[in-house]
Design a protein around this ligand. Structure first.
Ligand code: PRT
Ligand code: MG
Length: 214
């Protein structure tokens, strides 16, 4: 049996992926939330998991360091998708990419007046495309986390971030003012690995397809 490596991030992606892996007959032998190991063996001798930062998953798969991976659409749009085959939306880790602003900020009227907006975000590519399509002039400020803080301390007028429950926005006196797109996570496959290791990969792809909840 050909050996394969699957790249995953811990937290919500690992949790939502575990049932899909199980449907494909794969179970991790260590819990990534507890273990410090970055390479996790599974019940199948030819399948191992590597635990990486969510935004690094496409890079590992692109270069073939992992054959398969699971990554959010948000992450894939920023990465660009080079070298990746994206056959399946797994419909997990769902949320929405939103523009959010302080409760008191009249976003619609700022847009109507053609104001130049300062937008803080981790999702620079997605934000640039969104505002360009709307014809809104923006200065994008790249952050790596806690975007919600930026408008509260005068770094930005608004942010582009992921929202699921909305609790983080509410706790920081922010409101969602525009939806950019719905987000879920996809299975990604290294294009060369799919050809060379199809015998091992295809059954996993089929099991995932059958187990996806619509
Ligand atoms: O956490 P880390 O900096 O390591 O990286 P990450 O945030 O990219 O990884 P992780 O594991 O937190 O998220 C992995 C993937 O889960 C993302 O790429 C998304 O596709 C997806 N996902 C789903 C989310 C959320 N829901 C989500 N709510 N990712 C992040 N959030 C954050 C959001 O950025 C905001 O800060 O949760 C906060 C808002 O949550 P609510 O429930 O308060 O609205
Ligand atoms: Mg996170």
């Amino acid at each position: 049996m050909t050996a394969i490596t699957i790249a995953l991030s811990k937290g919500r992606i690992f949790e939502d992926t575990a049932p899909l892996l199980k449907a494909a007959g794969i179970e991790a032998l260590d819990d990534p939330e507890v273990s410090r190991k970055l390479i996790l063996p599974t019940n199948r001798a030819n399948v191992r998991l590597v635990i990486v930062r969510a935004s690094d998953v496409p890079t590992y798969v692109q270069y073939g360091a992992a054959d398969l991976g699971i990554a959010g659409k948000d992450v894939l749009l920023e990465h660009g998708g080079a070298g990746l085959y994206q056959p399946l939306d797994l419909n997990i880790a769902r949320c929405r990419m939103m523009v959010a602003a302080p409760d008191g900020f009249d976003y619609d009227s700022a847009v109507r007046q053609g104001a130049r907006l300062r937008i803080a975000t981790k999702y620079v590519q997605t934000a640039r495309e969104h505002f360009a399509a709307k014809g809104v002039h923006v200065d994008l400020i790249k952050l790596y986390g806690s975007m919600e803080l930026a408008p509260l301390v005068g770094l930005a007028d608004a942010i582009v971030d992921l929202v699921s429950s909305g609790n983080t926005l509410k706790a920081n006196n922010l409101k969602a003012v525009e939806e950019i797109m719905p987000i879920s996570s996809r299975l990604i496959i290294n294009q060369a690995a799919l050809k060379l290791k199809r015998e091992t990969i295809q059954p996993i792809l089929d099991a995932f397809s059958a187990a996806v909840k619509l």
